[in-house]
Write a protein that binds this ligand. Structure first.
Ligand code: ATP
Length: 276
């Protein structure tokens, strides 16, 4: 393990005091986190950020808030160097149920996305390039129902990259996939960050091992206890649950999962989760 120090620049995404309640049920409470553009000596690679939370804790709700699809009960989401209030479309969002149109071929799905950002000829060029890059070219004429789970996931990621700027949010990218497919999706996530230094991928997941392996920073959603030891309603991110994995030497690299420090860190996280 080698620890590093990095230079932090403009904010990419800022969550400030996010709370969310549905008809009195507090789901999220006072969540603050900031993603900063980072320059790393000798590396030109985008970042992967991880939000971990156990099932039902409010991850999908947080995703929809970060993507600007629902407004929080309190707090703000700001995006980009200008820190604009988030609007739908600013953050590419790959939802658990892939948003591909079933009645269109893979090619047409991607073209539709690319046409939101590019003129027709450029859109076609971009789609061809992404189909190649994501090993989807042989499947271009297939409909979403004819694709495998991993292929659909790759297509959904390509779709969001084609129509959004550099920030892409993945809600449970590994759920329902077998080990080989998880490896495939991991490769794609790494590929996305190496395509462009500005590309930033946010993973929101309950798969602690895979998320930790890929992430440069990790935020843990959990419950806090009050002075009497009772759980406070609403998941939050405690200050001690924000981890800079890159500075700990645990940023993704080949076989990071096999390193003893990685195993120790995952054990630490599991203990934190059990205690919350
Ligand atoms: N529109 C809604 N109205 C009322 N309650 C909601 C709504 N959306 C989500 N919830 C509640 O918010 C809580 C968190 O849901 P969410 O789907 O965000 O969990 P999650 O962490 O993504 O779970 P999983 O990992 O199982 O997908 C749940 O109790 C859910 O019932």
């Amino acid at each position: 393990m080698t620890a590093h120090t990095y230079d932090y620049k403009d904010p990419i995404l800022t969550l400030s005091g996010i709370s969310m309640a549905f008809e009195g049920e507090v789901v999220l409470r006072d969540i603050s986190a900031q993603i900063l553009d980072v320059t790393r000596p000798g590396m030109s690679q985008g970042q992967v950020l991880g939000f971990y939370g156990r099932s039902g804790i409010g991850k999908s709700v947080l995703c929809r808030i970060m993507a600007g699809l629902i407004a929080p009960s309190a707090g703000t989401v700001a995006v980009g160097p200008a820190q604009q209030a988030v609007l739908p479309g600013m953050v590419g969002f790959v939802q658990q149920r892939y948003p591909l149109f079933n009645h269109r071929t893979l090619y047409d799905n991607l073209l539709l996305a690319a046409a939101r950002k590019h003129a027709p000829a450029a859109a076609r060029q971009h789609v061809d390039a992404y189909l190649e890059r994501f090993c989807l070219a042989p499947h271009r004429r297939k409909y979403p129902a004819q694709l495998s789970g991993g292929q659909r996931q790759r297509a959904a990621i390509a779709q969001q990259l084609l129509c959004s700027e550099h920030l892409i949010l993945l809600d449970e990218p590994f759920s329902g996939l077998d080990v080989a497919m998880i490896d495939e999706v991991k490769k794609i996530i790494i590929e996305v960050t190496t395509m462009d230094e500005l590309n930033t991928v946010i993973i929101v997941s309950h798969d602690i091992v895979t998320t930790t392996a890929l992430a440069d920073r990790l935020w843990l959603l959990g419950y806090e206890r009050d002075a009497a030891g009772a759980l406070v309603p609403g998941a939050t991110i405690s200050p001690q649950h924000q981890y800079n994995l890159a500075e700990m030497g645990l940023a993704w690299h080949e076989n990071v999962e096999a390193e003893p420090v990685f195993g120790q860190f995952v054990e630490h996280i599991k203990n934190e989760i059990r205690g919350s």
